[in-house]
Design a protein around this ligand. Structure first.
Ligand code: NAD
Length: 542
């Protein structure tokens, strides 16, 4: 167990990068090297501008990758304890105070030797590793048997081959990727074909981090799950991997199971979380037709400890690279096992998610008098949720696709975590280049929320970014009348809810800082006679 010196993580993505970084950060005595077949991605990981956005990630990299000091974000009690236990922590906050005055809450780590590396030399790194973590992508298959539901394990298979050829005898191979149940057999078979005289242990160690909170999830996991074969060698391998986690994870949170339970648990965890979202969203549709308020219903039921209040916010449904593909993988597994009723049950979770997204687009069009012609819509939040630049399965993209059908004059897109050129490229790739403004289409991507919202007829808040909650759209350019702009300035509630779905429409017209029904709007016009339906300014605004 004590023999681990080198860890190789194959796959420098949303899971591989942060996981390897935290492992290296918490185990200064180990070398952790992340490899990827994409040289561009590896090059980015070596710079300040790493390819993924995760709060806290850069601070971890500065220590493990660059060997420099920890900044204040880590200075919370649990982290401070953990840092203190490292032999090379050299100064306390008071010492720091005497050094730098205003940075009294920073912790300095002197002489920390970098132990996190990024490389494209996959075979060499694998050949030196005692543990190989496989963290490559496992998307839904697009063609062939099981297309649209089964998991595409092509990347994982390719890595298994590399590992089989290059791994040193006794190296432990770990599935970090989310995989269909019994995938460890594929890896084991591949290892046997290439190295028939050697025995390797394959473990399942699924990752439960969530995008946007990955670093916190990795530093303080609810549990670490390790599945192994039920043999002495399997148990020894599991204990060896556990010894890496034990540097920072309490032992009682490290759970060992048989390997198939571990593989299946990850699919079930994601499916159950998604199921809660679809359940509450299905109720939101009933609320809208009955006058019940979905937030009140969610609160009332969430207070029951048997139900709990997490994952009960109605909204646009789940997005991201994992939930949909993992439910579909479960559906496919059930079908393959001849369990059609079970497959149908889980399929409904995806169906409700799609229903919810389509319903939102229909509501937007309805709110805008059934036509988007000549209107500008602003989409705030393009990533699939706040605090991430991961745009896979983003509800925003689906909405853009639906809204385009009604021919708006502009769809302005803004996300504080995404690079506009990357978003533009992605929309062009997925919806066709002709939808972009530069090619005569309606979609424009902005680097500034105010510019994106300027003269918008409706602002659709797609994610809960703090920036959207705290920003007031009060530019005097939004509407010509002084009175309106002063009204906006005095309104402390810029983003009020309109949609009981939890999806928010800020304004029917950009100069109203709250969402209103048409009746309310007419009444407001009554009270503000200089601006009536049909007034010149409004006519100019369309
Ligand atoms: P990703 O697409 O961000 O990263 C995967 C990386 O693997 C890419 O950089 C790719 O270039 C690399 N890769 C693919 N094939 C390779 C090969 N043969 N050799 C070397 N590198 C190769 O994916 P991700 O989001 O990090 O997800 C990885 C796995 O973790 C998936 O199975 C996913 O389901 C699971 N997971 C993801 C999350 C999440 O929030 N993203 C959370 C938990 C689990």
């Amino acid at each position: 167990i004590g023999g681990v010196k080198n860890i190789c993580c194959v796959g420098a993505g949303y899971v591989g990068g942060p996981t390897a970084a935290v492992m290296a950060f918490q185990n200064p005595h180990l070398n952790v090297t992340v490899v990827d077949r994409d040289p561009g991605r590896i090059a980015q990981w070596k710079t300040k501008h790493v390819p993924i956005y995760e709060p806290g990630l850069y601070e971890i990299l500065r220590i493990a990758r660059d060997g420099s000091r920890a900044s204040s974000f880590i200075n919370e009690p649990s982290r401070a304890d953990s840092l203190d236990s490292m032999s090379n922590v050299s100064s306390s906050s008071s010492e720091c105070e005497s050094q730098c005055g205003e940075h009294a809450d920073e912790i300095y780590i002197s002489g920390r030797v970098p132990n996190l590396f990024f490389s494209t030399d996959i075979s060499k790194t694998i050949s030196e590793a005692d543990i190989v973590l496989i963290a490559v992508n496992t998307p839904t298959k697009l063609r062939g048997l099981g297309a649209g539901r089964a998991t595409d394990v092509t990347a994982l298979e390719a890595v298994a081959r590399e590992v089989a050829i290059h791994a040193k005898p006794g190296a432990i191979v770990v599935e970090k990727s989310t995989v269909p149940c019994r995938t460890a057999d594929i890896i084991q078979d591949t290892l046997k074909i290439h190295r028939p005289n050697l025995a390797f242990e394959v473990l399942s160690n699924p990752e439960f981090l969530a995008a946007g909170t990955a670093i916190n999830d990795l530093l303080h996991p609810d549990r670490v799950l390790i599945g192994s074969s039920n043999t002495p060698a399997g148990h020894l391998a599991a204990a060896t991997l556990a010894s890496v986690y034990v540097s920072w994870v309490p032992r009682h949170k490290i759970i060992t199971t048989n390997i198939w339970s571990s593989e299946l648990s990850k699919l079930v965890a994601n499916s159950m979380l998604a199921q809660r979202i679809s359940s509450i969203n299905s109720i939101s549709a009933i609320c809208e037709k009955t006058g019940a308020d979905i937030d009140e219903v969610a609160k009332s039921i969430g207070l029951d400890p048997r139900i709990g209040n997490k994952f009960l916010r109605a909204g646009l449904g789940f997005g991201g690279s994992c939930f949909k593909k993992d439910i579909l993988s479960l559906v496919y597994l059930a079908e393959s096992l001849g369990l059609d009723e079970v497959a149908e049950y889980w399929q409904q979770v995806v169906t409700i998610n799609e229903f919810q997204r389509a319903r939102f687009v229909r509501r937007v069009v309805k709110c805008l008098n059934g036509t988007l012609v000549g209107k500008k819509l602003t989409i705030l939040g393009y990533a699939f949720k706040k605090d991430t630049n991961d745009t896979r399965e983003s509800p925003a993209l689906d909405s853009i696709k639906g809204l385009i059908e009604d021919a708006p004059s502009e769809i302005a897109v803004y996300d504080p975590c995404c690079i506009p050129s990357v978003v533009k490229q992605e929309i062009g790739r997925l919806l066709g280049k002709e939808v972009l403004k530069e090619n005569g289409g309606p979609v424009e991507v902005y680097a500034d929320a105010y510019r994106a919202c300027h003269k918008a007829h409706a602002i659709l808040i797609m994610t809960e970014c703090d920036e959207f909650k705290n920003t007031r759209i009060s530019s005097p350019n939004l509407h010509p009348t002084q009175k309106l702009s002063s009204r906006m300035k005095s309104d402390p509630r810029p983003f009020q809810r309109l949609e009981p779905t939890g999806s928010e429409i800020l304004a029917l017209h950009s100069y109203l800082t709250r969402t209103v029904s048409m009746a309310d709007a007419l009444q407001w016009f009554e009270e503000n006679p200089e601006c009536k339906p049909g007034c010149k300014a409004c006519a100019e605004e369309g």
